[in-house]
Write a protein that binds this ligand. Structure first.
Ligand code: SER
Length: 589
């Protein structure tokens, strides 16, 4: 069974159990200022886990594009990836532990033919706030998982996402597989690395409130996640994910380009990093949000991935000036565009992003590496100080993480804190902001964010009125303090245009127009002329927000009930975002 069969088997199985299969949301979350990337299948579903009605019903399943940077350093081992696909099934206030656990067990043992004796599970052992999850343990026992194979662990292992994060959460039960040639031990030791986690079933029963309490959710939900890469490797009987059908052709291409052997230990790690990063780069730059390499937020991550890939390509003596990166990217695009059609559509953009960033970095990389060598030959105390780190960043384009990696290889340290301080002083927009956002994840949408969300619809409408029908939303980012809105338009806006747009939005606000939420077929919405930023993302039934005759957009919400709630709208800045895309920063006062 390869990864394609796995995805199909999973989705068919849950379809038969009454689930609607929904499309993957984009990898860049829409209108979610708290997070740069979708990191789990449940993330785009947060409003529904909190109680909103999902247009497709209360049993859902999908394969979601996910991206995580929290363990970038472990990329290069056998099992970690930045980008990965997550299969998931959800119950929104419908079935709960009994069905969820029984179906996971059935799928693994009957459909995927995994022997029961190779499975073990963990459940929540309880703490002073929430009791132990004996119910899940009993269900496992009744299905035939032996007592010795059930471990009760604390909140650091069996609570999702964690006890600190606000929003929907709850105990989980994780399923482990014995991934080793050695005989399966009778007693499950979760510390033994041969036991690898394959599936996580979260029972979302609580909402972690602002005031610190864990309030029972109106609806009890199930949220599960199974990593496609890891399970594919297991089903194919390989212990190295990169030897599975997902990666084999990519690794073969890297071997062909470099003329080196993956099995030669000197090159294995570099090849894995290149393979992993190129796929992530394709997915991020191929997203319809139009992310370009930059020094902030998603753009910074994209830049880091590309620069890291180039450095590791150099380790393999690949001639950077050839089209190696284009060949690899095309291979990935061809593999995945069947599932994610935006990749084919944005192919030229992806290839251009990669090439331009490569050219930019390659100009300074050699000199930077020489500079690094000079620095390390001259330092006294084994520490690269903040000024040197900043010079490498500012003059040679070395992301601080690259300097850290190079230093690490030589047993040196970097004054990263000092660098960050200096960086802040020099940059109006600091990268610290983006790190903060990684932690956000599930933060709730507050009153101000909701207002800004509605304001983006009014701004979109006003821009169309003033600049023309070619204006479409290209992205947005909202915090409690301000909104940012990207839209398609070539020229810089004149002062007069800006005033007109601002005036129009304020007029709409004064008109006290009700904001109506409707559900309808996608075709109907499009016939009504509804705006949609990511049309591929939506299922057949969509949520549409209509603001009088001013605006109609496909959107998940949330929104205010009436435009009069917004206050006064003020444009703070209008600037270029990327080619053909302008950006407005605005506030509500
Ligand atoms: N949200 C859980 C996870 O990411 C299950 O999907 O592991």
């Amino acid at each position: 069974m390869n990864n394609i069969n796995l995805k199909e088997t999973y989705l068919n199985f849950f379809e038969k159990k009454g689930h609607k299969i929904i499309p993957s949301a984009p990898i860049i979350p829409e209108n979610d200022p708290t997070c740069l990337f979708n990191t789990a299948g449940m993330q785009p579903l947060v409003p529904y886990l909190k109680g909103e009605t999902h247009p497709e019903g209360n049993r859902l399943a999908d394969v979601q594009k996910c991206f995580r940077t929290n363990d970038l350093d472990s990329i290069g081992d056998k099992t970690h990836h930045t980008f990965f696909e997550m299969l998931g099934n959800w119950s929104l206030g419908d079935y709960f532990k009994k069905e969820s656990i029984a179906w996971s067990f059935e799928l693994l043992t009957k459909e995927l033919n995994i022997p029961v004796k190779k499975l073990a599970v963990t459940v929540f052992k309880g703490n002073e706030i929430v009791p132990a999850d004996n119910e899940s343990a009993d269900i496992w026992l009744s299905l035939g998982i032996k007592k010795e194979r059930i471990a009760f662990l604390g909140e650091e292992n069996n609570w999702w996402p964690n006890m600190e994060m606000l929003g929907p959460c709850g105990p989980d039960t994780e399923i482990f597989y014995w991934r080793s040639e050695e005989q399966v031990p009778e007693i499950f030791d979760p510390e033994d690395e041969n036991w690898v986690e394959i599936w996580n079933n979260v029972f979302m029963q609580y909402n972690h409130e602002q005031d610190g309490t864990f309030a029972p959710l109106k609806n009890k939900n199930v949220d599960t996640g199974l990593g496609v890469e890891r399970v594919t490797a297991i089903l194919e009987g390989v212990t190295d994910n990169y030897k599975s059908s997902i990666w084999r052709d990519v690794i073969a291409k890297i071997e062909e380009i470099s003329g080196l052997d993956y099995n030669d230990e000197k090159y294995t790690r570099s090849m894995r990093i290149i393979a992993d990063h190129i796929r992530a780069i394709v997915m991020i730059s191929g997203d319809n949000a139009g992310i370009k390499p930059s020094n902030t937020d998603q753009g910074y991550i994209l830049r880091r991935l590309i620069r890291r890939t180039i450095r590791y390509a150099k380790n393999l003596n690949i001639d950077i000036n050839t089209n190696w990166e284009q060949e690899l990217a095309e291979l990935i695009i061809n593999k995945y565009s069947k599932y994610y059609s935006e990749l084919e559509k944005n192919k030229e953009v992806i290839l251009e992003v990669l090439k331009n960033e490569k050219i930019k970095f390659n100009r300074t990389l050699e000199k930077g590496l020489r500079e690094f060598e000079k620095i390390t030959n001259n330092i006294q105390d084994n520490v690269i100080n903040k000024d040197l780190a900043f010079r490498l960043y500012d003059t040679y384009g070395f992301p601080i993480e690259l300097t850290e990696e190079l230093a690490n290889e030589q047993g040196l340290k970097v004054d990263t804190e000092g660098f960050k301080q200096k960086f802040k002083e020099h940059q109006e927009k600091s990268r610290a902001g983006s790190e903060q956002k990684f932690k956000g994840g599930l933060a709730s949408t507050g009153e101000m964010e909701t207002k800004y969300h509605t304001a983006t619809h009014l701004l979109n409408a006003a821009l169309k009125q003033v600049l023309g029908g070619h204006v479409h939303q290209k992205g947005s980012n909202i915090t409690a303090e301000r909104m940012r809105f990207d839209f398609s338009h070539e020229a810089k806006m004149t002062d007069e245009e800006k005033q007109k747009v601002e005036g129009l939005v304020n007029e709409y606000i004064k008109m006290s127009i009700p904001v109506e939420k409707m559900e309808m077929k996608k075709e109907e919405a499009l016939e009504l002329g509804a705006e949609a930023m990511f049309i591929d993302k939506y299922g057949d039934i969509v949520t549409v927000y209509k603001i009088g005759d001013v605006s109609i957009e496909l959107c998940g919400g949330p929104h205010v009930r009436n435009t009069s709630e917004l206050g006064t709208f003020k444009i703070k800045k209008e600037e270029a975002s990327s080619a053909g895309v302008r950006r407005i920063k605005a506030v509500l006062i």
